[in-house]
Design a protein around this ligand. Sequence first.
Ligand SMILES: [Zn+2]
Length: 58
Amino acid sequence: MLKGREKINCSICNDRIGDFKYEAMPQWNISGFLCSKCYSKKISEYYIKQNPEEKKLK
Ligand SMILES: [Zn+2]
């Protein structure tokens, strides 16, 4: 249970995160949480790096 109101800011864009916060993957070397925008950006960058072949599908 949360006590009071936690203010969480995105580790990348520093925007305040609302109800949905995303935990950064350890591989990203980011501590803290991300907003949905930065998270989806990071995750697509990450998968492109992991699977360079998939770029061709775009
Ligand atoms: Zn963000």
